[in-house]
Every structure is written in structure tokens, then in C-alpha cells.
Design a protein around this ligand. Sequence first.
Ligand code: ZN
Length: 375
Amino acid sequence: MVKIRNITSLILEHFPMCCAEDWDNPGLQLGREGAPVTRVLVALELTRDVFEEAREWGAELILTHHPFIFKPIKSVTDASCEGRLLLDLAEAHIGLLAAHTNLDSVPHGIGEKLARDLGLSGLRPVVGTRPFEAYKIVTFIPEADAEQVVQAMHAQGAGCVGQYRDVSFWGTGEGRFTGDASSHPAIGVAGEPERVREVRVEMIVSSRELGAVTRALLDTHPYEEPAYDVFKLESQVHGLTDVYGFGVAGRLAEAVELSDLISRVREVWQIDSVRAAGDPHRRVLQVAILNGSGARYLGKCAAQGIDAYITGDCGHHDFDAARRLGIALIDAGHYDTEKCIPDILADVLRQSKYGAELDVRVSTRMENPMRVYGA
Ligand SMILES: [Zn+2]
């Protein structure tokens, strides 16, 4: 039976907490970690309609992009609409989990999807970091126990390289040791020299999993003093030392007029109207996109030679700054640049090891809280 804690771990494995912005509040917001889950409703954010949909359908968990509990709250009572919604959730035994800027920042995620929708290539983050480092862990295990130890290390994430998992190198040799009188050797006798056929196993491991992998090794290795070495690697390992970051910048196949790019944005993401600063006839080639609310990176985009920046939640002063910086700014809407995120989250659950045990549905009652009139 899948528990809420399993889904939380899975989501945080895909979208690590350390990659969230400091001001953010993703993760499990409400619920008992041990509660069973069979149905998960996914939405951009929690609303009364989404809650009703989850309750009617019998979902035990709602997974959203925007954290409902965002700023610190002092009480949860029926005196506020937020409190009433949280109480209703708790009374209906529905948990609430969010993946927010930790989702935004992962490589090959929402930013890359939006960039590919527009036909950009040569993709890179507008603001990027490498949060994880690559290590190699080497251990020496008696032949009879090697399989069990290695499987336990794999289960914690050792040996993942790009599209490959359970990657390891094995070589056999002889281990020699003599325990002192107080030792309790798993093989041989205290005080007597011993020789054992051992396997040397090498695996790549990310700094993210190094602690868990080392614990798995120590917990399953039969020796009183297991021998293992950990080396920090200078090489970049695909899928393990990837660049995380916010926003994706890239290049169109050929320069187009700003008005053409705007038409493409509206068509590809089915947006009724957008707001933009910049001469509609100016040529644009280098384009950056940041889903949601990204005006704070306008200066960074301009400094990187971006011709047009697409994001949401832009205000008058952002458009004014864009005019001053000579960069075109397209406000495609917070909702419209993020309405595909529930599908991304749903796919993570469906394609996971829990997929067969879960019924996952994207909310049919989520909608843009803002409507445009006169477009
Ligand atoms: Zn958002």
C-alpha cells in the first residue's frame, strides 16, 4: 500500500528540496505521513473547487504546484477562508503536497518543455547552478555477500548514470586481515591471519545520495569494519551533475519579428491575450522563458543578450525597465505559462514504481483566477 510519505519522497527525489528558492515552502503541507493513498488529484493550486473535486472522487492526496501554506500562519480556524479549507481537507482525510520552485529549477523540466514548445535550441538556464557533485564509492565484500550489499546500495541510488541504473564494476581479489583479541570477525578467528575471496565493487554516486548509500553499505556489509573508499570526481556525470536553475534561454531557428513570436506564444499555449513591451517589428532570435512570475530576472536576461523574455506577472515598472534595457518583454500570464505543470507532476507519479497502485487525475476544475475582457 502506497503511503503519503512514499509520494512525498518520490516527488522530492525528482524535485529536490535544496533546489527550491529560500523564500519557498514546498513539501508535505498537511496530512499523516503513514496514511494510505490510492487516488491523487493534481492541480496548479488548491482551491475550494479542487478540494470538492478531490472529496467527490475519493482522493486521499492533492498534489499542487503552488504551496497553499506559503507565509507562516498563526492559526487554523474557521474564522478565515484559508483555515476553513485546511480544516475541511483535514476532516476529509485528504493530504496536501506541493512541488514549487524545486520543480521549476530541475533540468529537463517545465522550462525545457516551454522552450521546446517554441522551437528554441541550445538551451541553458538563465540562472544556473550545479547543486550536486559526483563521487565514486569503492568497497570490498566477501563474494558470498556481494550481491546483497550492492543491491542495497543501488536501492539508495548508487550507480545511476544518465539513462542507466544499477551501474557497477566488479573485480575479484583477496582480502587479508588479522583481528586483535577483542575483535569479532565475521569470517575467521580473532588473532589469526585470514584470507578471503573478496569482490571490489565501484559505483558512481551523487552527493545527494552519498549518505544513504554509505549507510546501506555499512548496514548490509557482514564485516565488523567494512573497507570502503569515497572519491570526489572532477568529471561531470550525466544526470547527476546537471545544471539546475531558473528560466531557460535559447535560440530560435531563425530571427522573427516580435509580433510573430507573440503569435506563436499565443498559439502554442492557447492564450487569449498577452501583454508585451517592444517594437512589434523588431527582430528577435535569442529568447528566454520563465514560467510563473519572473520579472526579477529581466536584467539578467538583458545582460545575456536576450532579445525577448517571456514570463508572467509583469507590472508597469517591469515593462518600463524592459523599454529602458532594450529587451522585449512578453507577459504571457502566470497561469498560462504554468497550466501544463499538473500534467508533468501526474506523469511523474504514473511513471513511478507506485504508478500501478495509484489512480492519478489532473483536476478538471482548476482555472485561471484572472479573466481578460475586451481582448
Ligand atoms: Zn506559479
